[in-house]
Design a protein around this ligand. Structure first.
Ligand SMILES: [Zn+2]
Length: 292
């Protein structure tokens, strides 16, 4: 693996960029630039039922308006389905996956988890699921501390390819990060839940996992993630006050800056993940409620 720092921001184009995504984009950008590394944008549109090209364009425009420019050509996942098929075939050969035609209804008694290998056949329309494992993964997160995943792989068998032929985020994200030689992931704490599955995939493919760092999730008053599902509003393009508020949630307070580039340069110097130590959630302050 390359020792040169390579980070990325990988939004899903299911809607325009909202405030929570801007905070995530900034954290990954600041960490990359603080380490004199590359920062790459990738469009995670592997779920063709929810993603739209229009939103990809809007997201990239918004990132550019905040002077968050990808250091390389933006990779678009939907152009790489053959690659994901190739890596799924490796897991099939290794007998690490199994066909599944369980329905949401049949899994409702397991709260939507799929805790065991089922007896579905390959002749029916089916998804491909990763077999459960007893392996316990653990790593040190610069913000969240030591994280150990004891039950995560025992209790669910995540889908890698869906019944409708779309690949899952889990497989695509691991393959992409490996192919793009990503060395550091800085992303929202909501993704801690699926980290063990990704570490397991890295291990099955014999790849080194990137360094992982999970920043606090920005939540509303109900403690829910600010997300497109919760109808977060699109942010205005190129708006300095919005940028300063996003930096505030990364514990960067800037006074007397007049331009976006000045703010970014100062923020790179001030970025210190230690200031967020142990925080998984940050509630959006009253004055920022116009973002949701
Ligand atoms: Zn099943």
């Amino acid at each position: 693996m390359s020792t040169h720092y390579r980070g990325r921001f990988a939004p899903s184009p299911t809607g325009p960029l909202h405030f929570g995504s801007l905070v995530s984009a900034l954290a990954s950008y600041l960490d990359a630039k603080k380490h004199h590394g590359d920062w790459i944008v990738r469009i995670e549109d592997v779920d063709g039922t929810r993603c739209k090209t229009l939103f990809s364009e809007q997201i990239l425009n918004t990132l550019n308006s905040y002077q968050l420019f990808s250091d390389e050509t933006v990779r678009v996942q939907s152009n790489h389905t053959e690659t994901y098929e190739h890596y799924l075939s490796i897991l099939k050969t290794q007998e690490r996956v199994f066909p599944c035609n369980c329905t949401r209804q049949s899994l409702s008694k397991y709260q939507g988890f799929h805790p065991h290998q089922c007896n579905s056949t390959i002749n029916e329309p089916h998804s491909w699921r990763l077999k459960a494992s007893d392996i316990i993964y653990s790593y040190h997160d610069p913000i969240q501390g030591k994280l150990t995943f004891v039950e995560d792989l025992k209790n669910t068998c995540p889908i890698l390819k869906r019944k409708d032929d779309y690949f899952s985020y889990q497989l695509a994200v691991v393959v992409d990060d490996h192919q793009q030689s990503i060395t550091h992931l800085v992303r929202g704490a909501d993704l801690i839940d699926t980290t063990a599955q990704q570490l397991h995939l890295y291990s099955l493919f014999g790849w080194n996992a990137p360094n992982l760092c999970h920043i606090p999730l920005i939540t509303n008053n109900m403690g829910e993630k600010i997300s497109k599902q919760n109808h977060a509003k699109p942010i205005i393009n190129g708006d300095l006050p919005t940028l300063l508020r996003a930096l505030y949630y990364l514990k960067i307070d800037l006074d007397a800056v007049t331009t976006i580039s000045q703010a970014l340069n100062l923020a790179i110097q001030s970025w210190e993940p230690n200031k967020l130590k142990g925080i998984q959630h940050l509630r959006l302050e009253e004055q920022d409620h116009y973002f949701i």
